[in-house]
Every structure is written in structure tokens, then in C-alpha cells.
Design a protein around this ligand. Structure first.
Ligand code: ADP
Ligand code: MG
Length: 349
């Protein structure tokens, strides 16, 4: 629905693979001392001296992970970088380099790749990350995009999923569920557009939701904030699949249970009114929606006063003995077991 019929279309085959790589990478700057050699040789050369190296990768496939009928390529590029940086920050590390590999069908003109790389470049500039390599190949159908992010951390600063202790507090950054609702809004507009191709999307009341879906921000600022506060989480994960499933990962890895308090889950007002409009339960969306890219972590009780009152952070629960299980404590004070899909047997209560 966002295609302009009159836009310029330059065939990629006119440029060739090397011409394309040169063209799309020319506006990237190097920000990190650890990058000795970026794009242009057989391999990148990185120098991290005494740091530990973090490596994480993601593969995104058109039609499975994204839908180009409502995701602009620039946003896709930006988000694909964020998804990877988020994993580096979830280790309490600093992201320093990425590689980007793409497979494209002949449906995509050069201008489409320019858009995609404009998004990637914007992400690299905002987060001070260097594009140091990748691969470019053809696909018979659609677009595939794989990004690898590299980061650094001092060994003693790295936070794993398995360090949570009984009585630690469970903390989340930002607010939850908005991205999922943004997707629902975009899907609805797509259906409207199918029936009436002249319709203009009406997104005015959903700007925050759509932004959270199309242009998420990885929480580098939270890693910096915790460093500044001298609070080292005991365990940490980023929220890609939904709060519930990430809590389960932390609990299982750390061999603890937890109580999550429904009334504490941070929700944006726009998210709450969209839940009313779509007639879905806001707690369910926060637990299972996913793609929030917020950080979920545990801290020891002694750090409570240090983070208390910080507007970016909300204490949503605490860790318990493993035998107590992983529970949502509802507003009615019922204990309901958490599942990867949200919660179990809620309506059976
Ligand atoms: P090779 O044939 O040795 O794999 P390539 O011709 O694929 O080398 O790549 C040349 C250079 O361009 C390398 O530095 C590579 O990492 C980089 N590169 C290739 N494709 C991309 C891409 N899509 N994005 C960024 N860098 C790329
Ligand atoms: Mg190659």
C-alpha cells in the first residue's frame, strides 16, 4: 500500500554485485577503535584487546518475519539491526559491529536496497555501531536478511540468564504490549486497503503503537543507566517473544520460581485504549505480545532503593523458591501459573 507507481526503478543487474555493495555501503562511518578493517577485504579485522566478545545473529525472511505491504524497507533495516543490538545489551555488553547478509529477488530495484541500507545506516549512526561486512546474493522469491551483531564487555560485567536468586526483584524497562497492538493496527489497515486501494491509512490515534512495531529502540540507555547507578543485574534477557516466555527462560536458567504482579506491569495509555477497542485483555497482550525489545532483569534487594522511582524501570515481581512455581498474581490476588503463551487456565478459575 505504500508503493508509488512512479518511483524510479534501477535494475540491480546493471550495477553488478560489486557495484551494489560499493553503492550501499559508501555512506557508513567507522565509530569504534576495535574496528581495524571493515568492508572491502576478504574478512573484517577486529581488535578487542582484553575484552570478552559477544556474538549474536538473526535471520529474517519475507512472509515469515515481515510483510513488505506495510513495513517500509527503511524501517525493516532499522528494526533488523535493533533486534540484534538488543541481544548484545541483554548481556550487559556494548554493541560495536554488525555484518549484514541479504538475498534479493529481481523484484527489488536498486532504490529498494538504498531504502533498506538507509535504515541500517541510521541505526548504526544512532547506536555507534560499525558495518564491517556481509554477503550479497540472489533469491528466487522475496527478501532474506541476516544480521550478526558483535559486542564487547569486561568479563566481570557480563550478565547471563542463570544468575537470579530467591528474593531478587524482577524489573522491566519501558512499557509492554504496544508493539503487538501496532501490528494489529497495521494488519487491519492492510485489510481495509485490499477492499479499497484508494483508502489512506488512519493511524493518528495509534502513533505510539505503530512506532513501537515499526521502529523499536534497543535499550542501550538502560545498560548505561545501570552502569551509572552501579547496579549489576543478577540475570537479564531481552523481551522478544513476550514477558511470560522471557520470565520462564530466566526462572528455568536460574532454577528459581517467581511471582509476577499483574497490577505492576507497565502499560502505555494508548496501548490500554487500543486493547479496549480490539476487545483483548491488556495483561494477556503484555504477557504474550512480544517484540517489545525491553530489558527484563533481576536485581538483589539491596539495589532496590537505587532504582526505585526511576521512570524507565518498574519492579514487577520477585523470585521465589523453584518449588513455588512461576506465577502471575492477579489483581484479585489469585496465583495463576505462567505459560509461554501467557497464563494457564485463567478462565477456569
Ligand atoms: P567474498 O567474495 O570474499 O565473500 P564479497 O564480494 O562477498 O567477498 O564481499 C566484498 C566485501 O563487501 C566484503 O568485505 C564483504 O564483507 C562486504 N559485503 C558483501 N556484501 C555486503 C552487504 N550486503 N552488506 C555489507 N557488506 C557487504
Ligand atoms: Mg561474499
Amino acid at each position: 500500500m505504500l508503493q508509488d507507481k512512479n518511483e524510479q526503478r534501477t535494475s540491480i543487474s546493471d550495477l553488478g554485485e560489486f557495484g551494489l555493495i560499493k553503492h550501499i555501503t559508501k555512506y557508513f562511518k567507522i565509530h569504534n577503535e576495535s574496528t581495524e578493517k571493515g568492508v572491502g577485504d576478504d574478512a573484517a579485522v577486529l581488535n578487542f584487546e582484553n575484552k570478552q566478545i559477544l556474538v549474536t545473529t538473526d535471520l529474517l525472511i519475507e512472509g515469515v518475519h515481515f510483510d513488505l505491504s506495510y513495513v517500509p524497507l527503511k524501517h525493516l533495516g532499522y528494526k533488523a539491526v535493533m533486534v540484534n543490538l538488543s541481544d548484545v545489551y541483554a548481556m550487559n555488553g556494548n554493541a560495536t559491529q554488525i555484518t549484514v547478509s541479504i538475498a534479493i529477488s529481481n523484484r527489488f530495484p536498486l532504490e529498494a536496497m538504498e531504502e533498506l541500507y538507509a535504515g541500517i545506516q541510521s541505526a548504526c549512526a544512532s547506536y555507534q555501531v560499525d558495518l564491517v561486512g556481509g554477503d550479497t546474493t540472489s533469491s528466487t522469491t522475496g527478501l532474506l536478511l541476516s544480521i550478526t551483531a558483535i559486542g564487547e564487555a569486561n568479563a566481570e560485567d557480563i550478565v547471563y540468564r542463570n544468575g537470579a536468586k530467591v528474593d531478587d526483584l524482577l524489573v522491566v524497562s519501558g512499557d509492554l504490549g504496544a508493539s503487538y497492538l501496532g501490528l494489529q493496527v497495521l494488519e487491519r489497515e492492510k485489510e481495509v486497503f485490499k477492499v479499497n486501494p484508494n483508502s489512506q491509512p488512519d493511524l493518528e490515534n495509534y502513533t505510539y503503537l505503530v512506532e513501537r512495531q515499526l521502529k523499536p529502540e534497543a535499550r542501550k540507555d538502560i545498560v548505561e543507566l545501570l552502569k551509572q547507578l552501579e547496579v549489576k543485574p543478577t540475570s537479564m534477557i531481552d523481551i522478544s517473544d513476550g514477558l511470560s516466555s522471557e520470565i520462564i527462560h530466566l526462572c528455568k536458567a536460574s532454577e528459581v520460581g517467581c511471582n509476577l504482579y499483574e497490577e505492576k506491569i507497565p502499560l502505555d495509555p494508548q496501548m490500554i485504549s487500543a486493547c479496549e477497542e480490539f476487545e483483548i485483555n491488556s495483561t494477556m497482550v503484555a504477557l504474550s505480545g512480544g517484540e517489545d525489545y525491553e530489558l527484563l532483569f533481576t536485581i538483589s534487594q539491596k539495589d532496590f532503593l537505587t532504582i526505585k522511582g526511576n521512570t524507565h524501570l518498574t519492579v514487577i515481581g520477585h523470585m521465589t523458591d523453584k518449588n513455588a512455581g512461576m506465577n502471575l498474581v492477579t489483581r484479585a490476588n489469585q496465583h495463576v501459573p505462567l505459560t509461554a503463551q501467557g497464563w494457564n487456565s485463567f478462565d477456569k478459575e
